[in-house]
Ligand binder design. Sequence first.
Ligand code: ADP
Ligand code: MG
Length: 696
Amino acid sequence: MSTAPKPAKSAKRAGTSGAAKATLADKLDRMGLRRPIDFALHLPLRYEDETRLTPIGALAPGDHAQVEGRVIAVEVQFRPRRQLMVRLADDEGELVLRFLNFYGSQTAIFQRAERDALPVRVRGEVRMSFGRAQTAHVFEMIHPKFRLIEGEVPLPTVLTPVYPASEGVSQLVLRKRIEAALEHVRLDEVLPQALLQSQHLMPLAQAVRVLHHPPRGEELSLLDQTHPAWTRIKFEELLTQQLSLRRARERRLARRAPVLAPGTLVQRLRAALPFALTGAQERVAAEIAADLQRGHPMTRLLQGDVGAGKTIVAALAAAQAIDAGYQAALMAPTEILAEQHFRKITQLLAPLLDGGEARIAWLTGSLKGSAKRAALAAIADGSAQLAVGTHALIQEGAAFARLGLAIVDEQHRFGVGQRLALRVKAGADGEEPHQLMMSATPIPRTLAMTYLADLDVSVIDELPPGRTPVLTKLVEDRRREEIIERVRHAVAGGRQAYWVCPLIEEGESGDAALELKTAVEMHAQLSQAFAGMQVGLIHGRLPVADKRAVMDAFVRGELQVLVATTVIEVGVDVPNASLMVIDHAERFGLAQLHQLRGRVGRGSAESVCVLMYATPLSQTAKERLRVMHATTDGFEIARKDLELRGPGEFLGARQSGDQLLRFADLQEDGGLLDRARDLAPALLERHPQAATARAE
Ligand code: ADP
Ligand code: MG
């Protein structure tokens, strides 16, 4: 807990400087820096090499260098904008320092250096100067770090640690506080001695000291993070994570959930299916069926590429809950998707339920008045055995009589908070519902292991038979006319096509409005080009009833072409649609492209996905398109996606604010992760205290 004085008090006592101090404490507090141990474990993110000076003559653009020289001119310029320009010279050449934001005090330092002939030491990135013609060949540094040299200021002999900082908390402050903390903090070793030896791990206290005080001669391994001190810290981080995930699992296993035994509804549903389940579907269905009978809440992620057939597996699980006398809920991130689930599940289950369709409730945010009241009542009194809908299902108002199983489709689309809310909706007798999450975004193994240790994962790794793989074509958008012809041809042959409009990147003027405008214009252009054919338009701003009407018309084949924004991304199932054009494909992420492409190739016809792109392409965009062209394997695509985006963004943790790994890197430290995961159970069992200290 913080021992910092209350801001108000200290401000009163010490005047303005006290107020400033309180603000610093607040800022440190916000960074999680309170106790000495917090400071001691605030480890450098990287190091800077300030041990050397580079002669100006030896600089090259792109270098991060440290230079020392005399100030030969200080000038505040007003064109093209107000800026401070300082010319620095050593025996070999001249360097321009440029400050676009600066204080008078900074100008004064350079003026003093010039007047008193004091050297200035600067550090920064070297660039070509694009200033006035006569200085065209001079290098410059923008906003370099600088320091006036008065008297003897020897160069440091060791690397300078760079700490994670934040606005208003400087490196200097952090360094001082960390030094002070290191003086008297105790860094207890939690790992048993024998383990340290067998795993060749540096003791924690030693590792921490080495990282704060980088020894000479070990610069390289410290800079590239291969030093044993780094290894120990990364291992510590991974182990801590594994331990807390295992704890979470243990806690879950201590909670209770209804025992749901399968009965006749499951049998009748299986018998009524128009197809045989694939081997993979049978396997995951068995895993889920077993979980539901264990008496503690299942948290299982069902992964399967788009079109793998997750819905029927979910329906079987729901049937099992109903068999046991409980309710099931199926939740989807969008109304369209929820609607499609509702239609499919009703088709499958209603004929088998006593009371038919009336036993399936439909609940979304847009449902109003008596329809909504009726749905809520049916959910509350238990007459609805299954409820299908959007997140309206977990918002207050919907109180289930006996919820036994909650199924969440495309779970990554829901926020963490919403997932938790679902858990809190515990049923009677302190029993929690089971949770089945479904996702078409395959999570690579290393990532699943790290972040989802408390999730069991079932994978449908096989597509139903009779699918023809989608052919992917990359086409530059100056061949737009050709593509329009291709769409006409497909439609003339009795097929249907999607035309997905460009994603408008955030920050571009208008964004959502612009996206809509693009879709509307594209719709007009295609309607004109395809006289005699029916072209539909669907986008997020359309009222739900209209969306539904458009989707229905497309499903029934009354519309041959569907112009869409990304609202069709998830789950839409129209087997006769065999051509998809993605306009400005370079703007979409890999996962999104994969999802979109999954909308075609659902029937037996040969399907084509055209990724139309505009040049010039960024390096990542090029790579994404290359991957899409090379493979249709969702796992391969997810692996590349992870590589291109990094785990935080991949898992959507940025928005949920989850603390991700700071030091370990899942790509590079896979071996360490394996070791941490292997070690965690034994550590919990044999050294529960040490393990708890780490996990909490
Ligand atoms: P997703 O995993 O993307 O949610 P769906 O559950 O929507 O996939 O299934 C895609 C299509 O495959 C649906 O039309 C569904 O009826 C069909 N399907 C599912 N399982 C099988 C199977 N074993 N054999 C044949 N078709 C199947
Ligand atoms: Mg689906």
